[in-house]
Design a protein around this ligand. Structure first.
Ligand SMILES: NC(=O)c1ccc[n+]([C@@H]2O[C@H](COP(=O)([O-])OP(=O)(O)OC[C@H]3O[C@@H](n4cnc5c(N)ncnc54)[C@H](O)[C@@H]3O)[C@@H](O)[C@H]2O)c1
Length: 442
């Protein structure tokens, strides 16, 4: 179907509803950011869909349109937001509490808009997020009932907001570690498990199930298992809905997936990589619980193994000591400090060290990713791409892939893959970077 002519993509007509699970630091920074951009009060820095260009054809053709002008994306003016959260604060109060954006510069001028976004009651259970307590929660006898209530929320939002399409992005807390089990294998076992209140079904899975049943794409910004189970993957394929995850790739892991490919490209060895983080936001508090940390740790640890391929390079990467720590340290709030100590070795095994101290702002890095995911998942749906969207791995620490396929973690391969997918969708030639034609003229 694709090829020279490209893919038939339905136009981005009407409004796009962005339903966010969680109305915490990331969600409010995203929503307030978009509104500030719409009012000309700031730039969407960090968003590839808004700031990026894409080269088409030969270098000599000098064709490099902006991505948002090349592919039919929803316009920022057409986005409408809603969120679920067990904490009843509206988006203004939540943003002030999160303390990410400067109150007078970026929150007060849009106070009315933010106060209009009040969280819907959440499908929440403290068993999965130990450090949180919520009062704004749905009640139901079974998990299935909660999922049905979420479906109803999606349907009423469609009607009341007058949106023509909806996407859901999970921006809620990291849940306790869950491994795929019998309940997750098929739709029948999954639905039965919901009815029996099986602990294997986490709240995040109820949102994903509700999204798919309502034909809504679902992107998972946390490391939770959520939609990365066979039952929901099959459901997405069957119903032709795009899904993806897991865990926004923002600060330290983004740097890791830039540096590790550089060592490998130069065949430099790695003895150890010690990563530590201090952060003081609510996410940091949730991750202070060992069970939620375990979920995050798995997501952060995986990247080196896949990038460095120790099986293929045992002398260089066969004995890497890799450690990741997250420490809750309230004084820093959302301004995380990610320290990396990297022990590498070169020619004849001589050791060297690299230190990275990334004084980042977690939600400032995550907000543009939420925007791009919302826009690209909507594009995927309109282009009839369904199931796992591997081309959006660029945005995830722990990208979902088809069964049996290892994930691609190298940021630049992910970037090339994303842009080549856009070219493919629009019937433009793939860019291979061979470039021999500039030197060997016929
Ligand atoms: N900021 C980053 O750089 C980054 C990177 C990767 C992943 N993440 C993930 O994104 C998520 C959001 O981060 P944050 O800093 O905004 O955290 P946050 O704690 O400020 O916000 C999360 C919100 O989710 C709500 N919540 C928890 N369970 C819920 C449920 N079942 N339904 C609805 N809402 C629920 C919480 O009440 C909270 O308000 C976290 O899981 C975090 O690990 C963030």
């Amino acid at each position: 179907m694709a090829g020279e002519a490209g893919r038939d993509i339905a136009p981005a007509k009407g409004k796009l509803g962005v339903m966010l699970v969680g109305l915490g630091a990331v969600s409010t920074t995203f929503i307030a950011g978009v509104e500030n951009v719409r009012r000309g009060r700031g730039l969407p820095i960090g968003s590839l869909s808004q700031m990026g260009t894409i080269r088409l054809g030969k270098r000599t053709e000098k064709r490099s349109p902006k991505i948002k002008e090349f592919v039919p994306l929803a316009d920022l003016q057409d986005l409408v937001f809603v969120a679920w959260d067990p904490i009843p604060d509206d988006a203004y109060t939540a943003a002030v509490k999160a303390g990410v954006l400067e109150r007078h510069e970026h929150l007060e001028p849009i106070k009315d808009f933010l106060q209009g976004i009040k969280p819907l009651p959440a499908a929440f259970d403290q068993y999965y997020v130990k450090r949180l307590q919520g009062t704004n929660v749905k009640r139901g006898k079974t998990k299935r009932e909660l999922a049905e209530q979420l479906r109803e929320d999606i349907r009423s939002f469609r009607k009341s907001a007058g949106v023509s399409r909806v996407v859901i992005v999970w921006c809620a807390s990291t849940e306790v570690f869950i491994t795929p089990g019998p309940a997750h294998q098929s739709l029948a076992t999954f639905e039965k498990a919901m009815e029996q209140n099986d602990p294997a079904i986490a709240p995040s899975m109820l949102y994903a199930y509700a999204a798919l049943m309502e034909s809504v794409p679902f992107a998972n910004g946390a490391p939770n298992l959520t939609v990365d189970v066979p039952a929901l993957q099959h459901l997405a394929e069957e119903r032709k809905i795009p899904i993806g995850g897991k865990d926004f790739k923002t600060g330290q892991t983004m740097m890791k997936t830039v540096l590790a490919p550089a060592f490998k490209a130069r065949m430099l060895g790695l003895a150890g990589w010690y990563s530590t983080n201090i952060l003081g936001n609510r996410d940091g508090e949730v991750l202070d619980d060992p069970e939620s940390f375990k979920t995050k740790e798995e997501s952060k640890l995986g990247v080196l193994e896949y990038i460095l391929q120790p099986d293929q390079y045992p002398e260089l990467y066969g004995n890497v000591f890799h450690k990741v720590r997250i420490n809750y340290y309230p004084p820093r709030g959302d301004n995380k400090e990610g320290w990396d100590n990297i022990d590498i070795f070169g020619w004849l095994g001589y050791p060297m060290q690299i230190k990275v101290d990334f004084l980042c702002r977690d939600s400032i890095l995550a907000a543009p990713i939420v925007l791009d995911l919302a826009l690209f998942f909507d594009l995927a749906q309109r282009a009839r791409l369904s199931g796992i969207q591997e081309w959006l791995s660029f945005y995830f620490k722990s990208p979902q892939t088809a069964p049996g396929l290892y994930p691609e973690h190298d940021l630049f391969i992910q970037h090339t893959k994303l842009k080549n997918t856009l070219r493919w969708l629009m019937g433009e030639e793939q860019i291979t970077h061979l470039g021999i034609e500039y030197y060997e003229k016929a």
